[in-house]
Design a protein. Structure first.
Length: 132
């Protein structure tokens, strides 16, 4: 599956964001190691701190869909409000749990409109499940 297809799933998910407080809409799409695609959007709450980011909601969708395919090949993140839109620190750690290899963001300065980052650059020297 090409990166543009994964990013399109993230863009589409951003349309379903529930972000009445920040008005900052985010969509994420995870491509798993077995080639499945799982999307998520941010879902905010009147009790502000309870909101969940798009990346974590995509990871939860992945975990639910198939316990046998929880390896994250890459995550694409899109927002109509910011390009690039990088995952927050909490989401970086959450994706780390599932071995995320690559983060793809929209980047208007690139000819393709997309830019990929190795996960190690996004969250260096990270803590993961193999330590426990
Ligand atoms: N948000 C995400 O969903 N993902 C990101 O990568 C950055 C921030 C959400 C959280 C909150 O609903 C809104 O964007 C503003 O912070």
């Amino acid at each position: 599956m090409d990166l543009e297809t994964v990013m399109d799933a993230a863009r589409e998910a951003a349309n379903n964001a529930y972000a009445p407080y920040s008005n900052f809409r985010v969509g994420a799409a995870i491509l798993t190691e077995n080639g499945a695609l799982h999307a998520g959007c941010n879902v905010e709450n009147a009790s502000y701190g309870l909101g969940i980011c798009a990346e974590r909601s995509a990871a939860v969708a992945m975990a639910l869909a198939d316990p046998g395919d929880r390896g994250v090949q890459l995550v694409a993140v899109a927002s109509p409000n910011a390009a690039p839109c990088f995952p927050c620190g909490a989401c970086r750690q959450f994706l780390r749990e599932f071995g995320c290899k690559e983060v793809v963001v929209e980047d208007p300065s690139e000819a393709s409109g997309l830019r990929s980052y190795p996960f190690e650059e996004i969250l260096p020297h990270s803590f993961g499940p193999e330590v426990l």
